[in-house]
Design a protein around this ligand. Structure first.
Ligand code: M6R
Length: 604
């Protein structure tokens, strides 16, 4: 998805902008650009493809003096990924970068075109710069012109604008798309659409709210407005260090993130899984009063984690739970009952469909809870309650540690509700906590396992498709295993309930159909086994993942946890993640930035 950076100061502006954009690469993009304003001259560069193409284009441009600049990585929505459509977009004397979608751009564009304005690109963004210049010509005041422009925009946007008629300022506005502004001790000013772009640069930051706008300059600092009134700057220290956001010796961020799961899960449970009870300081004691059901809503991997945990909510907390795909939920005219707790799950906290579903639930008077990895994200800010997953920055587009920590938080939440509703005894809760504390061990990747999966992967590069199968909790894990594989290998893979294969998909079975069978000891082992036998009888190629050796399997990955279904779940999760990784590596794909995908999907 698109990324924005901005800078005012006397460092090498090009370096600061490109470096910031590099930190946002993980979000996915197909073109990039920067514009630099110095001595009342604006220079702009754009390139299709990766940032190295932009660096090549700017190699003879060395803006070593005080000035300002804006930059952007674009993920095409309106118009193809071409240089013309790349940002910054220019008017006669101003440049703009924008994330989000201007929903009324067509009518604005028609009006401007009727007045003789010529558009160069096919983007929605270009209307912003022309609207600004039109307003400036009428009002002769850049701030009023910017305000008038923002007032005309409908939809989601984070905007930065530079103009020669006010060469000391960068104007900004935020509505529905994330934007952060910060400064360092020298009072250099930085903008970013995610704090990843500001780490190591800004020391304090302001997370802008929807409807915020304003301007910054070296002399005036940051001026923030909302509804025409000046707003107090709510600055926060920017925590985190750049090194922890780098690859740390691994080949890919995804690989590093798979290995990190053990460590981050310790953080996820810290202070929450006490000896005999689950505690969430973030929740009021009366948090669950009056609630008689749960609706979970999310997209992609986050949806899969919700689906898995619905089994736990019903089984342990004895609470009716249904799980919804956010993009479907939004338009199905759902019946919303205020006695239902509405839980949204999101790594980024910015997924447009999940965010809109959350707003629908909030507007219908439901209590809302976000399970999220990014504090201060849009989803966190509008939810009544939040449980942070504490996975740290996840850069691989294919989500791994975010999934693991989401499942962990919801497992603890189901026990928390069970405590409240007294659906489990103290002994049962304590036993679950013991199992929780064992999980960081269960997800540790040992060399032997990784080597085994690496070797196995070479036998799974062809065929006409993969079925990941499992039952109960292991069905959502099968869905997640298949999603991981297809995202980064571009091979067709489906997750299926093992018992459902004979109702259709088994027709596909032959030696070129690869079945990844999740066969835990603790949940319906015999039933899954007979489903896998049916596939084996039809000559499907079987990779069994199980603590029990399965004679009919072509390949076998031995798992070791058999004390608890959830330890088996987490251990098998790691095997499926490594399998997807190694198949992708053998196929020569871009593991961290798979084609056509974006880390944070901020458009519907
Ligand atoms: O940030 P979110 O968790 O809301 O993102 C939801 C999906 O876009 C995301 O999980 C996506 O499916 C990932 N690429 C999965 O690896």
């Amino acid at each position: 998805m698109c990324g924005i950076v901005g800078y005012i100061g006397d460092e090498d502006i090009k370096e600061v902008l490109v470096d910031g954009l590099r930190e946002l690469e993980y979000r996915g993009y197909d073109s990039a650009g920067i514009a630099v304003l110095q001595d009342n001259e604006i220079q702009s560069f754009k390139a299709v493809g990766k940032l190295k193409n932009l660096e090549e284009k700017t190699k003879n441009f060395n803006p070593h003096a005080f000035g300002m600049g804006i930059g952007h990585t674009r993920w095409a929505t309106h118009g193809k990924p071409t240089e013309i459509n790349a940002h910054p977009h220019l008017g006669e004397f101003s440049y703009v970068v924008h994330n989000g979608i201007i929903e009324n751009y067509q009518e604005l564009k028609k009006e401007l075109q009727a007045e003789g304005v010529r558009f160069l690109s096919q983007t929605d963004t270009e209307v912003i710069v022309h609207l600004f210049e039109k307003s400036y010509k009428a009002l002769n005041d850049p701030m009023q012109a910017f305000e008038a422009t923002v007032n005309k925009l409908e939809g989601a946007y984070a905007v930065l604008l530079m103009t020669k008629v006010d060469p000391d300022r960068i104007y900004f506005a935020k509505n529905g798309s994330p934007m952060i502004v910060g400064n360092n001790d020298k009072n250099d000013i930085f903008f970013g659409s995610s704090d990843a772009a500001l780490i190591g640069k800004a020391t304090e930051v302001i997370y802008l709210d929807d409807g915020d706008y304003g301007y910054t300059s070296a002399k005036e600092g940051i001026t923030l407005l909302h509804n025409g009134k000046e707003k107090t700057l709510n600055k926060k220290a920017l925590l985190g260090d750049k090194i922890s956001a780098q690859k740390g010796g691994f080949r890919f961020f995804m690989e590093k993130e798979i290995y990190e799961q053990s460590e981050v899960l310790v953080d996820t449970v810290m202070g929450r899984a006490l000896d005999t009870k689950i505690q969430f300081e973030e929740l009021d004691p009366n948090f669950f009063d009056g609630i008689d059901g749960i609706t979970i809503c999310a997209c992609g991997t986050s949806y899969n984690s919700g689906l898995a945990c619905a089994y736990l909510f019903e089984r342990q907390a004895k609470i009716r739970t249904n799980v919804e795909i956010a993009s479907e939920f939004r338009y199905k005219e759902p019946l919303l009952d205020p006695k239902t707790l509405f839980v949204v799950i999101s790594q980024s906290g910015e997924t447009a469909d999940t965010l809109e579903a959350l707003k629908m639930a909030r507007d219908a008077g439901l209590k809302t809870l976000a399970i999220c990895n990014v504090d201060n994200s849009s989803i966190v800010r509008i939810s009544d309650y939040t449980l942070l997953t504490r996975a740290g920055i996840e850069k691989g587009v294919a989500s791994t540690k975010a999934f693991a920590t989401q499942v962990m938080v919801m497992w603890m939440l189901s026990l928390y509700i069970a405590q409240h509703k007294k659906t489990m005894s103290e002994e049962e809760i304590s036993a679950e906590i013991q199992a929780i504390r064992h999980i960081p061990q269960a997800v540790k990747v040992n060399d032997k396992l990784h080597e085994k999966v690496k070797r196995l992967s070479k036998r799974y590069l062809h065929g006409h498709g993969f079925f990941f199968i499992g039952r109960d909790l292991f069905y959502p894990l099968a869905l997640e295993g298949a999603l991981k594989l297809k995202e980064i290998s571009y091979l067709h893979a489906e997750g299926y309930p093992a018992g459902e294969m004979k109702h259709g998909p088994i027709a596909l079975a032959d030696s070129e159909l690869f079945t990844i069978a999740l066969m835990p000891k603790n949940i319906h082992y015999d039933k899954v086994k007979s489903n896998v036998e049916e596939l084996s009888a039809r000559d499907a190629t079987i990779l069994a993942i199980s603590p029990e050796r399965f004679e009919l399997a072509d390949d076998y990955v031995h798992t070791y946890c058999s004390d608890h279904a959830m330890s088996e779940f987490f251990e098998m999760m790691v095997v499926t993640q490594l399998l997807a990784l190694e198949i992708s590596v053998r196929l020569g794909n871009d593991v961290d930035m798979p084609r056509n995908l974006a880390k944070s999907v901020t458009v519907e």
